[in-house]
Design a protein around this ligand. Structure first.
Ligand code: G3I
Length: 359
């Protein structure tokens, strides 16, 4: 069994289905247009969680928030705060914690039978200026890290299934990425963060999360070595998150490559989750590009299904109305499962049919 006992979906599934499923031509393998079964139902049948990142401050609470929240709860059974659990959001002033926004997402998840992935405790980005502009000794920095991790994980004890404890600690060449924590504490900040998180909630599954480790190479090798070392030292790391920010056609590894790489991490005794999946295409996108994108999504889901240690797939948002891609990669977008008007794209049908029929 990959995961948990099946969830009670009741209330969530009573919410209106997203419509328009007959407007898009189906990708291979074909799915009957009449099938309105949500992703989470097929995922649960395979022992998987299917999740989405949610930026509470934008569409979630904006003018179309009703539809956004309905589709979110209908299709997904895991929620990841896209920004609201980051250090600058939770501790904007030293010792002053602001949980209200992240709490509202956790409450929404609980009300709709969704699990929560906490993202992210320790990262080199989205740190508050009081921290980055201060002058700290290594010992002071260690205390600040421990205080933040134990306060946040303690606040959500029992409510967050898994945490991204350390995010993106490695540079693209596999060396330790410079940044506030590495610069002040050195590489040991990683083990310290995991130990503090475990002490605050011994039931949460603790992840190392990164991008560019989905396929073999220097960065994946380095992540493997890091995780092997942490495991050997008894550091309580339970999983590795492969973010999965891909470019369509050529930028997305095949299911075989993905699965082989996942198997390597799984052999360390780790869970291996897809934590931030999206597949960007040039915009305006063409029908052909969206078909290729659908095949790319299919490869990722198939790889996870082939991997016993993979029980979670999270997409980094779910509607092209809201995504980090266009503002970061000029000329690119349309990276998610539903279009900007919440209509399912070929990628949606590809993911759903793969969950339904297997990889
Ligand atoms: O909240 C302000 C808003 O008040 C203001 O009007 C607006 C103007 O630009 O900015 C808003 O803040 C933005 C925030 O997202 C919320 O939308 C920040 O400028 C922007 O930098 C921030 O970007 C986030 C990014 O992480 C920051 O590093 C993205 O939403 C988020 O998707 C992205 O997520 C990361 C993961 O955490 C780690 N893996 C990579 C992934 C993509 O970069």
């Amino acid at each position: 069994m990959r995961r948990h006992a099946p969830l009670a979906l009741g209330a969530a599934l009573a919410i209106a289905a997203c419509g328009g499923e007959t407007t898009t031509s189906p990708p291979p393998p074909p799915v009957q247009a009449a099938d309105t079964t949500p992703l989470r139902t097929y995922a649960a049948a395979r022992g998987l969680f299917i999740g989405s990142a949610v930026d509470r401050g934008f569409r979630y609470a904006g003018s179309d928030g009703v539809q956004f929240r309905s589709v979110l709860a209908h299709q997904f059974d895991m929620l990841v705060p896209e920004n609201d659990m980051k250090f600058d959001h939770l501790q904007p002033q030293q010792g002053t914690y602001v949980f209200v926004h992240a709490d509202s997402l956790v409450a929404f998840a609980a009300a709709n039978g969704m699990q929560v992935r906490g993202h992210t405790l320790v990262w080199h980005r989205q740190l508050p200026s009081w921290l980055t502009s201060g002058t700290w000794t290594p010992t002071q920095a260690e205390s600040l890290l421990a205080a933040h991790v134990s306060t946040v994980v303690g606040h959500y004890r029992g409510q967050v299934r898994e945490w991204d404890v350390v995010n993106e600690a490695l540079a693209d060449d596999g060396t330790l990425r410079p940044g506030f924590w590495a610069d002040h504490i050195g590489a040991d900040y990683i083990a310290q963060a995991f130990r503090a998180a475990h002490q605050a909630d011994s039931t949460a599954i603790l992840f190392y999360n990164d991008y560019g480790i989905e396929w073999p190479g220097a960065k994946a090798d380095s992540a493997y070595a890091l995780l092997a070392r942490l495991r050997a030292q008894g550091v309580p790391v339970g999983g590795v998150g492969s973010q999965g920010h891909f470019q369509y056609a050529g930028g997305t590894p095949s299911a075989d490559v993905l699965a082989a790489n996942m198997a390597r991490f799984a052999a360390l005794g780790l869970q291996v989750h897809i934590t931030e999946l999206d597949v960007r295409v040039p915009v305006p996108s063409t029908a052909d590009e969206l078909q290729t994108q659908a095949q790319n999504y299919q490869s990722v889901v198939a790889a996870c299904l082939r991997t016993a240690a993979c029980n979670t797939i999270v997409t980094w948002g779910f509607t092209d109305r809201e995504s980090w891609i266009p503002s970061t990669f000029s000329g690119w977008g349309d990276a998610l499962l539903l279009d900007a008007t919440y209509h399912p794209k070929p990628a949606f049908f590809a993911v759903r049919s793969t969950l339904k029929n297997g990889g």
